[in-house]
Design a protein around this ligand. Structure first.
Ligand SMILES: CC(C)(COP(=O)(O)OP(=O)(O)OC[C@H]1O[C@@H](n2cnc3c(N)ncnc32)[C@H](O)[C@@H]1OP(=O)(O)O)[C@@H](O)C(=O)NCCC(=O)NCCS
Length: 172
């Protein structure tokens, strides 16, 4: 990271449930609210199952873990839309102590590449309207302008993925 901390980035695993719940409960209330667009002090057992039990194609998730302890410090995921297989909604969260170190940028680059390899061409995200960081992350990944699909306190933005224009060959 920018401050020379080391993290490991890997796909989420089904046995990450307890680590994911712990990482969520370490987030500040503000970060929890920004991620889930509501008050969520804890992940329920059902939330946790859904978030770790991904198929790697329509639901794909990466975690960043602290090199020494294995604790999850950040998560990025996309879920393909059921009515449009070329579009997916993404979400990303970085632990408060790790924010502004380039970690979301790194995760989102990898998430976009993985999405493009799986035939996703557009990313959308629902966010609080004042969430500057997510807008910047989306601008970075976009082939064109950021489109506003819904306005309000919570806004829905969509981009064409630049990574989808020339996706890297899939890893065999
Ligand atoms: C949004 C979030 C994931 C960004 O993570 P991060 O690791 O701090 O982001 P990065 O360090 O990679 O920075 C990404 C960009 O956002 C900018 N940024 C980050 N935090 C910012 C802040 N608080 N205010 C303004 N800009 C910010 C950075 O300067 C960078 O911009 P640049 O590429 O133009 O230089 C993190 O703040 C977070 O987890 N927030 C709570 C959860 C959330 O809002 N999720 C969104 C729901 S989809």
């Amino acid at each position: 990271l920018h401050d020379d901390q080391l993290v490991e980035i890997r796909s989420i695993r089904t046995d990450d449930g307890p680590r994911l719940r712990a990482s969520h409960s370490r987030l500040s209330p503000k970060s929890q609210y920004q991620r889930f667009l509501g008050v969520k002090p804890e992940l329920s057992a059902a939330d946790t199952r859904y978030l770790v039990d991904v198929d790697g194609c329509s639901h794909f998730a990466l975690v960043a873990t602290e090199a020494e302890t294995g604790q999850i410090v950040a998560v990025a995921r996309f879920v393909r839309l059921s009515d449009d297989s070329e579009a997916a909604e993404f979400a990303v969260v970085v632990g408060d102590d790790y924010q502004r170190q380039g970690l979301a940028t790194e995760l989102m680059d990898r998430l976009a590449a993985a999405a493009a390899q799986r035939g996703v061409r557009r990313f959308r995200a629902a966010m609080l309207a004042d969430n500057v960081a997510i807008r910047r992350l989306m601008q970075r990944l976009a082939a064109g302008p950021v489109r506003i699909l819904e306005r309000g306190t919570v806004i829905l933005l969509e981009i064409e993925l630049a990574a989808a224009l020339s996706p890297a060959p899939p890893v065999p």
